[in-house]
Design a protein around this ligand. Structure first.
Ligand SMILES: *Cc1c(COP(=O)(O)O)cnc(C)c1O
Ligand code: SF4
Length: 332
């Protein structure tokens, strides 16, 4: 395994040393003959390549169809967008009562503390989201707190983003202490891809911070393919479990990456090996620039049927989509 190189490398230095140049990425993978078209480079200007070296080390050299590579490499089809693929398919801007706060489902609010991610996933439904106008600062806490207190049905805070674990431990600690001071909040949840792409993010200091808050903790990681997971991921999940953190995974159904039952079964078993259970399998939101990853519902439903036959029930993710105005995710 090449990944021993990264095992003892501090997560922040890895975050400061991402690959952001598509030509460098192709060179690392010995794909020197790969043709990056003008459209692919334009797509890269709209949403810059960003990928940790540790994630690149898990890609297969010489394979232009590597399932990890396809998730991050700008593609010319992003610039040939069908009209039903739009910039804000979830109308999130409308469910935004305060800076950084999304309240769509009764019992839980979603907070975007940062727009930064360790990796830029080409299919991401937030690739067009105006994060810069929408990041709460310390002075916004009073407003957020007031909103939560005036909605006693809220019992869970979900930290999303961006990737909340791209914040420093110090910053996270300040926010987590604020949340844990609210007695109505029973659960604190993270939606994050960092434990997959830079597992060293789950460090001793962060584990201690989690241990110090009394709420139930949930870590929903995001992996789409078993090849993304390695021993360092297993170590991170093991350490979280030691602190009684419930670990789940969500994936996105992506054409050409994980759209067959063999790949998705292997992912479920690999997650289980790390004691992580599959949570959601999302059908793609129709976000501008992602149409080449789209699979029709009929294929998704057929795939779920195959998974039900292949896997024990607890390893079958729930196939869902997000529908504007619905009060929960919608099963297919
Ligand atoms: C997905 C989502 C949640 C979490 O939904 P669960 O079904 O509880 O995982 C909460 N708020 C918003 C705005 C969401 O998009
Ligand atoms: S929010 Fe998640 S899916 Fe979107 S780019 Fe960041 S890590 Fe990838």
């Amino acid at each position: 395994m090449i990944n021993y190189l990264f095992k003892n490398q501090n997560w922040q230095s890895q975050l400061n040393d991402l690959i952001t140049d598509p030509f460098e990425l192709l060179e690392q993978l010995k794909l020197t003959k790969y043709d990056l078209s003008d459209d692919a480079l334009l797509a890269n200007q709209q949403f810059r390549l960003r990928v940790p070296r540790q994630f690149v080390a898990k890609m297969q050299q010489g394979n232009a169809f590597d399932p990890l590579l396809l998730q991050v490499l700008p593609h010319h089809l992003e610039m040939h967008n069908p009209s039903d693929f739009i910039t804000d398919p979830l109308h999130e801007l409308q469910a935004n009562p305060h800076t950084g706060l999304l309240h769509k489902y009764a019992s839980r609010v979603l907070l975007t503390l940062t727009g930064a991610c360790a990796i830029h996933c080409r299919y991401c439904f937030r690739r067009h989201f105006p994060y810069n106008d929408n990041m709460p600062k310390s002075q916004d806490w009073l407003d957020i707190q007031q909103y939560i207190v005036s909605h006693p049905e809220i019992n869970e805070i979900i930290l999303s983003g961006g990737d909340p674990l791209s914040l420093t431990n110090q910053k996270l600690k300040v926010w987590l202490n604020r949340f844990s001071s609210l007695t109505q909040i029973k659960t604190i949840r993270f939606h994050t891809r960092l434990p997959v792409v830079i597992p060293q993010r789950i460090d001793a200091e962060f584990l201690q911070i989690l241990d110090d808050i009394p709420q139930q903790k949930v870590m929903v990681v995001h992996a789409n393919h078993a090849q993304e997971l390695d021993q360092e991921f297993d170590r991170a999940m093991h350490d979280l479990r030691q602190k009684n953190v419930i670990c789940l995974n969500q994936s996105v159904l992506l054409k050409g990456i994980n759209d067959n039952s063999v790949t998705l079964s292997a992912l479920s078993y690999r997650l289980f090996q790390a004691t992580v259970l599959p949570y959601y399998l999302h059908v793609l939101d129709k976000v501008a620039g992602s149409a080449h990853f789209y699979q029709p519902d009929s294929n998704a439903i057929q795939l779920q049927e195959q998974l039900r036959l292949a896997l024990p029930g607890y390893l079958v993710p729930k196939l869902v989509r997000e529908v504007n105005g619905e009060l929960s995710k919608t099963p297919l």
